[in-house]
Design a protein around this ligand. Structure first.
Ligand SMILES: *Cc1c(COP(=O)(O)O)cnc(C)c1O
Length: 359
């Protein structure tokens, strides 16, 4: 049987997508070979790649003046690629710091330019929150403003898109396709695939065309968005299977009714889990309501000595990967698009039984 997988990444994939990939694996559409064995330059593969892009454009309503790139190296390589491509002549950028991932991004950017860090994580009545934008010390000559929409480890998410004058760069690794976004508000969006898109090995970059001509001359060719855009993300061999599988996920999302329909399900899942945690004396979540992630739900048990037993019994109930990030401990349930409402219902039932036995 397939368990419910709450892993933060690589994360759950829709069963229907895996079944289709399985059915197509040995002999793709009667061609006598698998996708993994196909030239990325073949007409068949180019059609697969183009269909994936067209479906993503449909799902996110991506305007014509944005390029969609299917790259490698994970979101973490974009921590370098973004400053190398976008810092431009004045070499300055603003980075909003709300946790571990935004800190990693700004640390890398500091190797290339003059980075103004805005510490936006704060506490309200003992709970973690993102401060009001009016309190941020944004500069007036930044080439761009970077933030991580959803801090996957902390479970801290922006309630709204920041309103800034410079091009906005968003790390959407753990929240892309979970809720509608207005792409035109951004200069660049990027996301590693292995959370809410597809398998590891693929990184999406959606970038506005007018930002493509300011890369540093010494930038590695493979990191240069303008070159990748000109070559259909095929400067070298792309991550062909991950690209194909992500395309199957896009088709699946369209069949589910698109991002708006997924958002409604995601809100119901988050409401159920947070609602239960809030109603319990045994479990707690450290985030203010407005900034709670709808994708990654960290929680603690009243007695941390029970953590190991909780994880062990959860696993026996086919509820997998609930341990919090190694840097913070506690628990974390990642409830991405591929985790159905029934999975969250099963989790809440298990949590309630566990609390009654041990609370
Ligand atoms: C997982 C994650 C990353 C790092 O992704 P890799 O693809 O492993 O490099 C960066 N940012 C956020 C918000 C993440 O959740």
């Amino acid at each position: 049987m397939r368990a419910y997988n709450f892993c933060a990444g690589p994360a759950a994939l829709p069963t229907a997508v895996l079944e289709r990939a399985q059915a197509e694996m040995l002999d793709w559409h009667g061609k006598g070979l698998s996708i993994m064995e196909m030239s990325h330059r073949s007409d068949d593969y180019v059609a697969i790649a183009e269909k994936a892009e067209a479906d993503l454009r449909k799902l996110m309503n991506i305007p014509e003046n944005y390029k969609v790139l299917f790259l490698q190296g994970g979101a973490s390589l974009q921590f370098s690629a973004i400053p190398l491509n976008l810092l431009g002549k004045n070499n300055k950028a603003d980075y909003i710091d709300t946790g571990i991932w935004s800190e990693k991004a700004l640390k890398e950017a500091k190797r290339y330019g003059d980075i103004n860090v805005i510490n936006a994580a704060t506490h309200i009545n003992g709970k973690l929150a993102i401060s009001e934008q009016s309190e941020w010390n944004l500069s007036n000559d930044a080439a761009y403003v970077h933030y991580a929409d959803n801090e996957t480890i902390g479970g801290l998410q922006f309630a709204a898109v920041p309103q800034v004058n410079a091009p906005l760069v968003s790390d959407l690794s753990s929240s892309i396709l979970s809720a509608p976004v207005d792409v035109s508000q951004f200069g660049l969006i990027y996301a590693g695939a292995q959370k809410n898109i597809g398998p590891a090995g693929l990184t999406l970059v959606i970038v506005r065309e007018d930002l493509l001509d300011q890369a540093k001359p010494e930038i590695p060719t493979l990191l240069k968005y303008a070159e990748q855009a000109k070559n259909g993300s095929m400067l070298n061999t792309p991550s062909t299977y991950a690209w194909y599988l992500s395309g199957l996920v896009f088709e699946w999302l369209l069949e589910q009714g698109g991002v708006e329909a997924m958002h409604q399900i995601n809100l119901a899942k988050a409401k159920l889990l947070y609602g239960y945690i809030d109603s319990s004396d045994f479990y707690a979540n450290p985030i203010v309501e407005a900034n709670r992630s709808i994708m990654n739900v960290p929680f603690t048990l009243a007695n941390a000595d029970l953590d190991a037993l909780f994880l062990q019994e959860a696993q026996q109930q086919h509820l997998l990967n609930l341990a919090g990030h190694r840097s913070v401990g506690g628990m974390r349930a990642s409830i991405y698009n591929a985790v159905p409402l029934q999975g969250v219902q099963a989790l809440v039932e298990f949590m309630d039984t566990f609390a009654k036995r041990h609370g």
